[in-house]
Design a protein around this ligand. Structure first.
Ligand code: GDP
Ligand code: MG
Length: 205
């Protein structure tokens, strides 16, 4: 049977409740934005296949915390085998930016093995005039954790595809250079449903 993809990476989304994690994923995977994304239970999955190079298929498997982040009660299993962590904060809420350092620490303590890379995103860039986090401040934090930094809007779609395709290229590069991909190589079909039948499945691939 031919492989459906060449690499698969588990990508976690972390950040305070309300920063726009679910909206970003929805924009990226469904090209949609809705003003209120309802509360969800457990962990949401979705996935998308990218082709960062001709003939190389990379399956990004996203894990979205669904509510637990509100109570800082994200379970250890959430962090397992994460290849990448996207840290998100709301550009219009400085408090969410201040939390990033805590989220980063938490990943360092809990994730096994450690993720290959981090990506820092400032969200809601469409809310002009309400910015509370200067770009330089965010860039400086990103530099300190050696993460690329981008400002995105799930509402307009600005930089969403760019951020994820950057992530995909970086993951591929890191996996080839440093060590075998922590996630399993795929060989047809979606294994997510089997792993956690109790969780809500957003993807159909
Ligand atoms: P989560 O708790 O981090 O998953 O955040 P949600 O995706 O549920 O978003 C929280 C709120 O912010 C919702 O009302 C969204 O409509 C809103 N939101 C999310 N992304 C954006 C964005 O890019 N621009 C604007 N203006 N609002 C957004
Ligand atoms: Mg959410």
């Amino acid at each position: 049977m031919a492989c459906a993809w060449d690499f698969q990476f588990r990508v976690l989304l972390l950040g305070d409740s309300g920063v726009g994690k679910t909206s970003l994923l929805k924009r990226y995977t469904e090209e949609e934005f809705t003003d209120t994304t309802g509360p969800t239970v457990g962990v949401d999955f979705c996935c998308r296949i990218e082709e960062p190079e001709a003939g190389v298929k990379v399956r990004l498997q996203f894990w979205d915390t669904a509510g637990q982040e509100r109570y800082r009660a994200v379970t250890r299993s959430y962090y397992r085998n994460a290849a990448c962590v996207i840290l998100l904060f709301d550009l219009t809420a400085h408090k969410t930016f201040e939390s990033i350092q805590n989220w980063y620490q938490e990943v360092q303590e809990r994730a096994q093995p450690h993720p290959l890379l981090f990506l820092l995103l400032g969200t809601k860039s469409d809310m002009h005039g309400q910015r509370r986090v200067p770009r330089e401040e965010a860039q400086s934090l990103a530099d300190s954790i050696r993460a690329p930094y981008l400002e995105t809007s799930a509402r307009t779609g600005s930089n969403v595809a760019a951020a994820l395709s950057l992530l995909c290229r970086e993951l591929l590069r890191a996996a080839r250079q440093e060590k075998p991909a922590p996630a399993e190589h795929g060989c047809g079909g979606c294994t997510v449903a089997e792993e956690t039948p109790q969780k809500k499945i957003l993807c159909t691939c």
